[in-house]
Each structure stands twice: as C-alpha cells, then as structure tokens.
Design a protein around this ligand. Structure first.
Ligand code: ADP
Ligand code: ADP
Length: 230
C-alpha cells in the first residue's frame, strides 16, 4: 500500500526554486533514501513530505489524503500520532530530562504518566542510553542527545519516520545500530522511512534511492542503492 505520495511538488524560498516538481511514492514498510549534493533540496523535500512546510504547488498525500490541504491542527495531529521526526541535531527540550523528553509525545497523545515513563525508559534502553534517563540534554554529548532524540522519534511507533541525517552526530558503530533498529522496525512493523543523507553508506540501508540535483530528481541516479538491503 502506498502510504505517502508526492506529485509535482514545487517549493521556493525566494526567486530560485528549491524543489522543481518532485514525484515520489513510498510504500508501507519501505525505506527511501533521499540523497544528492548539499543544497539540492533534500531537507526541503523532507519538510514538505512531513507536513512541516507547505509546498507552493503540487500534492502531498498521506494514505490518500491531501496533506498539503489539511489544516494545521490535522497536520500536527498526524505528526504526533503517525509521523516520527528525527533531525541531525536532536533538538531535545533543554529543560526536560531524557526520559521526560521521550515520554512527551506519549503524554501529548493522552498517555498516562507512569505508563509513558515506562515506555520511554524502554526506548532509551533500545537506543543504549537508559542510564541517561534522568539527565538533562545540556549534560550529554551530541551523540547521546541524538540517541535520546531517536528514542523520542520512535516511541509512538510511527507509521512513517522522517529522518534528516540521523546519524550525523553519531560515531560509526552507534550509527549502524540506529540504522539497524530502523530497518528492523520497517521489516517487522511495516514502518516506512524517508531517510535524508549525503552518505552512500547510510543510503545503502534503504530499499530505494531518490537522487536530487538542483531541486529535481536525477533520473540517472534512480535506484542506485536498491538491493543493498540488510
Ligand atoms: P539540502 O538539504 O539538500 O542541503 P535544502 O533543502 O536545505 O538542501 O536547501 C535547498 C535550497 O534551498 C538551497 O539552495 C538552500 O540554500 C535553500 N534554502 C533552504 N532553506 C532555506 C530558507 N529557510 N530560506 C531560504 N533559502 C533556503
Ligand atoms: P556517543 O558515544 O553517544 O556518540 P560521544 O562519543 O560524543 O558519545 O562521547 C563519549 C563519552 O564522552 C560520553 O559517554 C560522555 O560521557 C562523554 N562526553 C562527551 N561529550 C560530552 C559533553 N559535551 N558533555 C558531557 N559528557 C560528554
């Protein structure tokens, strides 16, 4: 089943378009890498797909529904319940401990305090940072913050994970573990993933690769990493 669909998505910040008409389809349980040189529009595309940034024209559909025409309330409900978002720099709430940061999406979705904390601790454990549960982000390394942010992005068991250079702040081994976890969730739970990366090693975890060049899909780059699935 197609979960996410983009048709002729155009987005400009000024006179020069950052996206010049992007088409893509993301199936349930599939991992799509979005790659290409710096400034080609990867992050802009991710933001448009996740309903964070409205496209100037074109369509973004989630489960067949027009995301670009949905109200802000509807898009924020989706982001909370069905989308998980993970950026290169975790952007944790600085005043909250790791466990509180990770429990936050569950509490916002109406979860109980004790149960949300227990689930948050479980996810911190899966990311190998359970010992940081009561630590504030300012007392953590960049890599530790990123692992907590990954736990926060996954704690609601989203249908789609939008990840922008998720391993940028991680050392190789920790990055591989995070990607392994993401692949496992795609295979076992049917989570779909949009994975923005400039790294061929990271893109090799994907089922398919969309190569952008100057805001357009580079046809010669299509499918480069297909088949390299672990
Ligand atoms: P990538 O993620 O591939 O590096 P981006 O989507 O961040 O590319 O950027 C695409 C283009 O849009 C670049 O030329 C960038 O300078 C421009 N751009 C991105 N964000 C903004 C913004 N907030 N304001 C103005 N220009 C932007
Ligand atoms: P990770 O393995 O999570 O990527 P790093 O390699 O950045 O973490 O850091 C290794 C260790 O150094 C961490 O376990 C942490 O205790 C310590 N450390 C590094 N940077 C900081 C920092 N800014 N504040 C506190 N501790 C840090």
């Amino acid at each position: 089943m197609t979960l996410l669909q983009a048709r002729a998505v155009v987005k400009s910040y000024g006179p020069t378009p950052a996206l010049r008409g992007i088409d893509l389809d993301l199936e349930e349980g599939r991992i799509l890498a979005v790659t290409g040189p710096s400034g080609c529009g990867k992050s802009t595309l991710l933001h448009c797909l996740a309903g964070i940034l409205p496209p100037d024209s074109g369509e973004v559909r989630y489960r067949g529904r027009r995301l670009d025409e949905a109200s802000e309330a509807e898009r924020s409900r989706l982001r909370r319940g069905e989308f998980g978002v993970l950026f290169q720099f975790g952007m944790l709430v600085p005043e909250l401990t790791a466990a509180e940061n990770v429990a936050l999406p569950l509490l916002l979705a109406g979860g109980g305090r004790r149960e949300s904390r227990a689930t948050a601790l479980d996810w911190l454990g899966r990311l190998g940072v359970e010992e940081l549960a009561d630590t504030l982000p300012g007392e953590m390394s960049g890599g530790q913050q990123q692992r907590c942010a990954a736990a926060r992005a996954l704690v609601t068991e989203p249908s789609v994970l939008f990840a922008d250079e998720p391993t940028g702040a991680l050392d190789t081994l920790v990055g591989e573990r995070l990607l392994g976890l993401v692949v496992g969730l795609a295979r076992e739970r049917g989570m779909s993933v949009v994975l923005v990366t400039h790294s061929a090693t990271v893109a090799a975890y994907a089922d398919a690769e969309l190569v952008l060049r100057d805001g357009a899909v580079d046809p010669s780059g299509l499918g480069m990493s297909t088949g390299a699935v672990r």
